[in-house]
Design a protein around this ligand. Structure first.
Ligand code: B12
Length: 210
């Protein structure tokens, strides 16, 4: 797996989408979609991000790596389960942030697992609260990758509370992985660190266990 990760990372850094695609396609018959996302794509992007922090790579390399992964991930999603699962009405959104890949992965994993989820795309706090109210959303999944965006979850919680709403907020993204208490501090009901976590949390909420 180490070798695959290294080769994939090198392909991303050289903006070689053809090679990156070839490397991933060789893995799809022996590892699952979730493993591919977590152990190859997320790890490669994290390593590249760390290299950028150390001054080894240019921001353009981080940017292009993210774009290439977005494009490749589109072709990798497992076929959707035809059977829809009973669940509270839910939506997913990217809150005040531009890192779109994590939300895309979580949305597709949930959808492929049989859950109907509205995709609100990138939203501001006010837009989000309005959409939640208008659509009668019961569970909102929020993806944020930057610390200031994570703090906006608290604003969402406060605005919803002012309206007497008890919508469940599930959060995920880098700031919550880096600070394991942050989700509680911003008033979320649950946190997930991977797309599989999102599925488990939604299953638990649907079963009335969370
Ligand atoms: C690629 C990348 C970019 C790309 C984004 C491309 C794109 N279209 O998405 C580009 C180059 C544009 C970019 C720009 C910036 N970035 Co950037 N970026 C990254 C990087 C390296 C990887 C992010 C990524 O796509 N990962 C792959 C996806 C699949 O993983 P993920 O999003 O984490 O999602 C997974 C889980 O978190 C989880 N998950 C995600 N959402 C949710 C939601 C729920 C409900 C659940 C349950 C789970 C869940 O499931 C997903 C699948 O496993 C991260 C490093 C990191 N450690 O995350 C920095 C990082 C997020 N970036 C950072 C920064 C600072 C920036 C910039 C401000 C840099 C700058 N100075 O200009 C800009 C801001 C852009 C903007 N205006 O918002 C910082 C944020 C630091 C912070 N604490 O605030 C990070 C953490 C890097 C760092 N360590 O400094 N970035």
């Amino acid at each position: 797996m180490e070798e695959i990760l290294y080769a994939f990372q090198e392909a991303l850094l050289s903006t070689d989408i053809i090679k990156a695609r070839q490397i991933l396609s060789k893995t799809t018959n022996w590892i699952t979609f979730e493993q591919l996302i977590e152990t190859v794509i997320v790890s490669a992007l994290e390593n590249i991000g760390k290299g950028w922090e150390r001054g080894e790579y240019a921001l353009s390399q981080v940017y292009m790596s993210g774009r290439i992964c977005e494009e490749l991930v589109e072709t990798l999603f497992p076929p959707e389960s035809r059977q829809r699962k009973p669940a509270p009405k839910m939506a997913i959104a990217l809150l005040n942030d531009y890192h779109a890949l994590g939300k895309r992965v979580v949305y597709s994993a949930l959808h492929a697992s049989g859950f109907d989820v509205l995709d609100y795309g990138r939203v501001t706090t006010e837009d989000l609260v309005q959409k939640i109210t208008n659509d009668g959303i019961e569970v909102i999944l929020l993806s944020v990758l930057m610390f200031p965006s994570a703090l906006h979850v608290k604003d969402v919680r406060d605005m919803l509370a002012q309206q007497g709403s008890n919508v469940k907020i599930v959060v995920g993204g880098a700031p919550f992985r880096l600070d394991r208490q942050l989700w509680r501090q911003v008033g979320a009901d649950a946190v997930g660190y991977t797309a599989s976590d999102a599925i488990n949390i939604i299953q638990a909420i649907s079963a009335g266990a969370a």
